[in-house]
Design a protein around this ligand. Structure first.
Ligand code: ZN
Length: 442
């Protein structure tokens, strides 16, 4: 007879634990108590030891840690497909900014709800976000059952959102207070980019990050035109600006890092800053290819992110993993570059470190129960030699059949248990006319 009680047991044909030994368990099960994993092991052992209030048998499936998206702007789902096939600066200044300057809190929350529904259904359990009206994003994340680091973005002051620095810091303080009781939601200081802020403002924002003990994130070195712009404006490359203004340290999270020199990679490595790799967004905007294998070789912790859905155009981390692996192989003409295990590490444990959610990203006793199941009973996932290979090279977000975050089932077999997707989808269709009107008046 089992001697211990737990709330939930998940069973699957395979468990990719993502622990340090990359342990693969066949015919495995996970016992969950409250928000935490109590035990993981062969199904027979879990059944022998644990008496579960509820059991979900995922059938022919792979269980893996919930995927972690290290860079996104989740409300940008509302702009999915509104402007494609444009270079970064044209896309930003002539399409994104005119639409975004008319956003309301309600529209931001709607976009965030849409993004959360998409992510829950495609196996993502945590995101590092950056946008405006992040309190509304936080509400959507809170309701969805997912996890997020929220970044209230700011540009040069005055902006459509903040007249002064003081106003921005107060809003960030309120955002942090609003969700401080919720362990699933944290805050980060979020200047948009080195070319849309000024260096003194960046330095001040890092002081705020230190005072509030928060992470500090920025887009930097995303493309060669950005480097040209910062050289013309400040006489320095983007990473040199970060160095010279004291912005490279263990709180720093840098998104993109496409146009970087070897010296800049060393600087980032020595500082303890971390990098988010966003291959599909970089490809779609024609920004180039991040030398991510060099960052990894230099010991930089590197996460994987989709960026916003307007430059991707989805939030599917399976899709992103496949791209990340294939891209470096072609770029470096080396099929051994970016093996499947490295890519899955970026989307799980390394992503968890990037977000500062250290107790997630691994299926291991004592870690948070953030677990997804991929249904392997599909023609494009047969036969199975190596489930890790299928997760990175063959599966897509649409193959996810179960998403559990903090021990709660939030998505199962096509059904959302936390979000009202009918209302979200109806309202999202209505937002199309609003966005098109904004572009007419630009
Ligand atoms: Zn971005």
């Amino acid at each position: 007879m089992p001697t211990q009680n737990c709330d939930l047991v998940l069973k699957g044909s395979y468990i990719l634990t993502q622990d340090d030994e990359r342990t693969l368990i066949k015919e495995g099960a996970v016992a969950i108590s409250g928000e935490y994993i109590s035990a993981v092991g062969p199904e027979a052992d879990i059944e022998r030891n644990w008496n579960a209030a509820k059991t979900i048998d995922c059938g022919r499936s792979v269980l893996l840690p919930g995927l972690i998206n290290s860079h996104t702007h989740v409300p940008m789902t509302l702009m999915r497909g509104v402007a494609d096939d444009l270079p970064l600066l044209d896309w930003l200044h002539n399409y994104m900014f005119p639409i975004e300057s008319g956003l309301t809190r309600e529209l931001v929350e709607l976009g965030a709800r849409l993004g959360c529904a998409e992510m829950a259904a495609s196996g993502t359990t945590a995101i590092f976000d950056g946008y405006m009206y992040e309190e509304s994003v936080g509400q959507a994340v809170f309701d969805s059952g997912l996890k997020a680091v929220l970044g209230e973005g700011f540009f040069k002051f005055p902006s459509p959102f903040f007249k002064t620095a003081q106003e921005a810091w107060e809003t960030i303080g309120q955002l942090n207070d609003r969700f401080k009781e919720c362990s699933r939601i944290r805050t980060a200081i979020t200047p948009h980019a080195v070319f849309t802020t000024d260096p003194d403002q960046l330095a001040e924002s890092m002081e705020v990050a230190q005072k509030m003990d928060l992470l500090w994130q920025i887009h930097a070195a995303e493309s060669e035109p950005e480097t040209k712009l910062t050289l013309e404006t400040f006489g320095k490359r983007p990473i040199e600006i970060l160095r010279d203004y004291g912005l490279l340290n263990s709180r720093t999270r840098i998104h993109h890092c496409v146009d970087v020199t070897d010296e800049e990679i060393s600087l980032i490595s020595e500082s303890g800053a971390q990098v988010s790799h966003n291959p599909q967004s970089n490809l779609k905007l024609g920004s180039g290819i991040c030398p991510v294998t060099r960052f990894i070789a230099a010991g930089v912790n590197t996460g994987l992110g989709t960026d916003g859905a307007a430059s991707n155009n989805n939030l599917d981390m399976f899709d992103e993993m496949r791209t990340a692996a294939l891209l470096q192989k072609g770029f470096l003409k080396d099929p051994e570059a970016m093996p499947a295990g490295t890519v899955l590490d970026m989307a799980t444990g390394n992503g968890a470190r990037f977000l500062g959610f250290e107790d997630t990203g691994t299926i291991k006793s004592g870690f948070k129960a953030d677990i997804v199941a991929v249904d392997m009973d599909k023609m494009h996932l047969k036969p199975v030699y190596n489930p890790l290979s299928h997760v990175v090279y063959s599966a897509g977000g649409q193959d996810v059949c179960l998403t559990v975050c903090d021990g709660k089932v939030i998505y199962q077999n096509g059904k959302h248990l936390a979000l009202d997707v009918e209302t979200i989808s109806r309202e999202a269709e209505k937002a199309v006319n609003w966005a098109l009107k904004r572009l007419e008046t630009r």
